[in-house]
Design a protein around this ligand. Sequence first.
Ligand SMILES: [Zn+2]
Length: 357
Amino acid sequence: MKSNCTISFSRNDLQKTRLWRGECPIKNCAVNIKQHKAPFQKYKGKMRYLPFCPEHGIRIHKNGFVYYNGSSPADLITATKRNLMFYSDYYVANFLKKSNKMESARLCYESSEDAVSYNVFTELLSNGVALKRLVDDILKRHIKDEIELYLWGGRIDLKNNSFVQYKPLVEVRKHLEPDIKRFGTEPDIMLVIPKKVVICIEAKFGSKNPIAKEQEESSGEKPKGELKLIERYCKRNKLIDADEMFDFSNMPKLFYEQLFRNIVFAASMAKLEGNADWYVVNLRNQHVMNLKRGKSESMPIMRNIRSILKPKYKKRFVHLTWEGIYNKAVEGNEELVNLAWYLKNKSLNCGRAFNIL
Ligand SMILES: [Zn+2]
């Protein structure tokens, strides 16, 4: 199944109720999507298919859609570019045509956290003032130095069209995860001021922060339970003095394992970056939190994480929202009108993605 559609869809093109009725979510579409199928994924050796709209080039899932133009590598490039508003040629050249990113094919999903991170942070990078404003807000002090952006473990260099792995991350993985095959720890986004500051950002768009579970892991996987996590990342860590940073005497009920690993990695990488300061940011979606108010996801994560950090380090963990990025770094900047439009009109589950009016 193929489609020639190259249009990108935003929230005003979509209608959630059409999706619920089993129709193509694009307003006024007359295609009967039950008559068309596109491959989704292999399950137990068999390909699974989902409804497809050939007119709009989207595969239709239960809660949203995925850009799909066909199964060839060129079709995947077309589909991915439809979800990347900014610097899509850089992405194609450095990721789709090389194997620099695992799951690089997932950026054509409407719900892709990676696509939103890529769009927002490459455009902020291209406008140095905006990125500085954001970093000033995270650090609560004024920064003069140039800020480097790292996505998926490597430096995004738009000017030289290059992508180079961050050496301290490679080193920390060698030290803490030499036996981990699926998958090594990888902060979604890093902002680095060489020799001075390492900021790791764990970005959430529609999903939740994962929690430790008392469960056996398969060989080559990261530990799942909190005691094993602490054993591997703190007790066996020779790069940092974890006892000086963490206080596990009052363990919270939920142990946010991904954020915990991010903190360990940030501190360890900062050490290798010449004793730099480190920060960890949990970047979340205010609109999704508003919708889920009262459910576990809206638990005050900041209090939870800060409760396992010693007083000196509590403020190294920061909470931020995509809406906050808009308010602090994008709104009113005439060079970022396209990014402002993107944040206001981005869709999630065929509805509004962010609470930005
Ligand atoms: Zn359609």
